[in-house]
Ligand binder design. Structure first.
Ligand SMILES: Cc1cc2nc3c(=O)[nH]c(=O)nc-3n(C[C@H](O)[C@H](O)[C@H](O)COP(=O)(O)O)c2cc1C
Length: 313
């Protein structure tokens, strides 16, 4: 398959495995890249030197392109950026911050830069900042998200109408059918998060992966909009947040309640009750844990079948 996204990243299929805190280390990223997609290391949960280790291991595990996701809401971002440049990483996907901050610096070093947005307004700002492509992420997505609640189905055609550079759709895509739908709406490629959480190579805890497989429609919700809006599974911690909302909490109350390292406790260490378990609405369509290469192959096979079906319409 060849289009603007496969050409931009020099990959076989326009499928990007999302950078995901506590889930996407070198094992997952290299497995996806080796299978023809674009694997991303999730720098958001890594100290700078840990990221360096993952980059080095990823280089040993694949000779295909891979990238690093840098959510700008975490500390040590300057150091993370320096390590990415020092280690010769060729692709960076920034998120949760201003695309102007690092785009020029990264591009001066020959790095392809993509920025994640959740609205048309920010897609245009990212384009203006000089990024090479935009990931537009809808309300369905797992993890941190926009406040506007714009769904992927509405966001992609609205961004497509105004954007000139390549467009990658994210949020609610876990199958070849979803991928085809996103591309019909105007995307050149897709970024897939939740589906790759339930992969053998994801670094998250087995108990969390199993909870994702067991999740049904309606088991996730976007919350904590006053801090950084995040979609998570409705576990004991989530219920305690809802309880807190009934008392009209201040922002400080919410920060205090969230505490430290909840996402690590939940997703990485397997505390299914008190941890923050980030996952997307599409978890209801994820029924098994399997190798990342298999996930990618299934998506491509289903995409081709769906394309034939659609051509008969
Ligand atoms: C467990 C989890 C962790 C995530 N962490 C990050 C992150 O560190 N940086 C980021 O830009 N997006 C993060 N996301 C969002 C993904 O990059 C991606 O855009 C999203 O998962 C796509 O929607 P989907 O989950 O429906 O596939 C995360 C998503 C999940 C499910």
């Amino acid at each position: 398959m060849q289009n603007r996204v496969t050409e931009l990243f020099n990959i076989q299929y326009p499928i990007i495995q999302a950078g995901m805190i506590w889930n996407s280390g070198w094992r997952l990223a290299s497995a996806v890249s080796n299978a023809g997609g674009l694997g991303l290391l999730g720098a958001g949960s890594m100290y700078p030197e840990i990221l360096r280790e993952h980059i080095l291991k990823c280089k040993l595990a694949t000779n295909k392109p891979f990238g690093v996701n840098v959510p700008m809401l975490y500390p040590d971002i300057d150091k993370i950026i320096d390590i990415i440049i020092e280690e010769g990483v060729k692709i960076v996907i920034t998120s949760a911050g201003n695309p102007k901050t690092y785009t020029s610096k990264l591009k001066e070093h020959g790095i392809t830069v993509v920025h994640v947005v959740s609205s048309v307004k920010f897609a245009l700002k990212a384009q203006e900042a000089g990024v090479d492509a935009v990931v537009a992420e809808g309300f369905e997505a797992g993890g941190h998200n926009g406040r506007e609640e714009t769904t992927t189905f509405t966001l992609i055609p609205m961004v497509k109408e105004q954007l000139d550079i390549p467009l990658i759709a994210a949020g609610g895509i876990a199958s070849g059918r979803g991928m085809l739908a996103a591309m019909v709406l105007g995307a050149d490629g897709v970024q897939v998060g939740s589906r790759f959480v339930a992969s053998d190579e994801a670094s998250s805890h087995q108990a969390f992966k199993q909870m994702v497989v067991d999740a049904k429609e309606g088991d996730t919700q976007l919350t904590l909009k006053e801090l950084a809006p995040v979609r998570m599974l409705k576990n004991k911690f989530f219920e305690s947040v809802i309880q807190l909302y009934s008392t009209n909490p201040t922002k400080e109350d919410l920060i205090k309640h969230l505490g430290r390292a909840r996402a690590k406790h939940g997703m990485f260490e397997g505390d299914l009750e008190e941890g923050e378990l980030e996952i997307g609405q599409i978890a209801g369509l994820i029924h098994d844990i399997k190798p990342a290469a298999q996930i990618l192959k299934n998506m491509i096979d289903e995409f081709e079948i769906a394309k034939k079906e659609v051509s008969k319409l």
